[in-house]
Write a protein of this length. Structure first.
Length: 451
């Protein structure tokens, strides 16, 4: 064999070896082979942009096998990048949602936004990714209803306002989950009542054995039981909700321990006031927005790089501590800033305007939807005069036991009354066995009551 031919063969071998080495390295850092199908479009399995931004302040997606609980240590130890307060608000105003700007302006002596390095930690079960891919061609939307969807967000390749809201409504939050929560309405006074409850959530939409959804697809069974204070203990709220709430309105029941009877309650939706929040939060503001989308015309303002609450693992640690008094966490006008974490992320900004002939206390709503989880992280709600009335904030984190992004705490700020409502999660348990549906029926409320 000629020396020239040998050189050619060696060069070909060297190229092949380099290709194989690159392939091996790719396999080592790629979450899984089955998830790689969307990457040829530069997207994650949930439809977010896979890559980072131009200046590197937003990294590429870090989900999948590369996101282990070890990352929680990194989050706890990461250092503050900068702080936004009333003194330097003008410098950072363009990277903040209007709601945060208003809170800093409203409470200049105490409200601060502590910004940390960005980590795109969101990841979900692989079977959910598989159904999300099927939904690209399977899901249909007609007249504010969704059909044909499998257990995943229905429209991961969209920029339409109404479909972005649908993704928030139907994104993965576990299948059967139990929460221990703490709720407080904080006014400009040191007197307040803390409610402790246990909430059971069965998202039947995420039954992986079901076929494509029809018009009557159930979404969630919600059961909330008050543990304290004693004079309210034993009260239970049960809700049944279907995906297409505009056609099949939410059904609700309460168990009244003082009367020992179950009552059907009408109208637990839209702007019905929630009693435990002293009317600071409406029924359709659980998870910042829920229920029917048909009262508003939705439009997409755009996708922006903004500072939002994210990866609030420190806050989660504090809320779960039984020795942390509410007064140290909940200051007079907002949560204590040193417990909170904000990061720069890409968000879809969606605006809804109340339709002619529809009634709601909010004439306009603006949502900031995280591209990686489809969750609304901040909501701005406007009164009939188009003035910003209330700002709602979701402080979330990645729960590895789900796995998925879920709220650590939600706060609802009334700028006119200088009052806010807090709901925090002390503990989240993801159940492996699905519950019997009978446990979420009105007939079960009395035997589930706490006396």
């Amino acid at each position: 064999m000629k020396i020239q031919n040998v050189k050619i063969i060696l060069q070909q071998y060297s190229v092949l070896r380099s290709v194989l080495l690159a392939l091996v390295l790719t396999l080592l850092i790629t979450p899984s082979l089955s998830l790689a199908a969307g990457y040829d479009q530069g997207l994650t399995p949930f439809g977010a942009e896979y890559g980072g931004n131009a200046d590197g302040s937003i990294p590429e997606w870090q989900g999948g096998n590369r996101n282990a609980p070890d990352l929680d240590v990194t989050l706890r130890e990461s250092q503050l990048l900068y702080k936004v307060d009333a003194k330097n608000l003008g410098k950072y105003k363009d990277v903040l949602p209007e709601g945060l700007v208003k809170l800093i302006s409203r409470y200049p002596n105490s409200m601060k936004v502590n910004v940390y390095p960005t980590y795109r930690t969101a990841y979900y079960p692989e079977w959910v990714y598989g159904f999300a891919k099927k939904n690209i061609t399977a899901s249909n939307e007609i007249n504010n209803t969704v059909t044909g969807a499998y257990p995943a967000p229905p429209f991961i390749h969209t920029n339409q306002g109404n479909r972005l809201v649908w993704n928030h409504l139907l994104t993965y939050k576990g299948v059967y989950t139990e929460l221990r929560t703490r709720e407080v309405t904080r006014r400009d006074t040191n007197k307040y009542v803390t409610f402790n409850s246990t909430i059971s959530l069965y998202l039947s939409y995420y039954d992986r054995e079901r076929g494509p959804s029809d018009i009557d697809q159930p979404y969630i069974y919600y059961l909330s039981k008050i543990r304290s204070p004693s004079r309210y203990a034993g009260g239970i709220l049960l809700l049944h909700e279907q995906v297409n709430a505009s056609l099949r309105p939410r059904q609700g029941w309460v168990y009244l321990p003082g009367q020992r009877r179950v009552m059907r309650i009408p109208g637990v939706d839209f702007d019905s006031p929630m009693q435990l929040s002293e009317s600071v939060r409406f029924a359709d503001e659980i998870n910042l927005f829920n229920g029917s989308i048909d009262h508003y015309n939705w439009r997409t303002i755009g996708k922006k790089e903004l500072v939002i609450p994210y990866n609030n693992i420190i806050l989660s640690d504090k809320i779960s501590r039984s020795d942390l008094e509410d007064k140290h966490l909940m200051t007079k006008h907002h949560l204590a800033p040193h417990f909170l974490r904000y990061e720069k992320h890409r968000v879809w900004v969606v605006e809804g305007r109340l339709k002619t002939g529809k009634r709601h206390a909010y004439k306009k709503r603006r949502f900031y939807i995280d591209e990686d989880s489809w969750l609304i992280m901040l909501a701005e709600n406007y009164d009939k005069n188009d003035e910003l009335w209330r700002v709602s904030i979701s402080y979330s984190k990645q729960y590895h036991q789900l796995p998925g992004v879920f709220s650590v705490a939600d706060t609802f700020h009334d700028l006119k009354e200088s009052v806010y409502f807090f709901q925090g999660i002390e503990n989240l348990t993801s159940k492996q066995e699905l519950p019997p549906k009978a446990s979420f029926m009105p007939s079960a409320l009395r035997r589930n009551a706490i006396r």
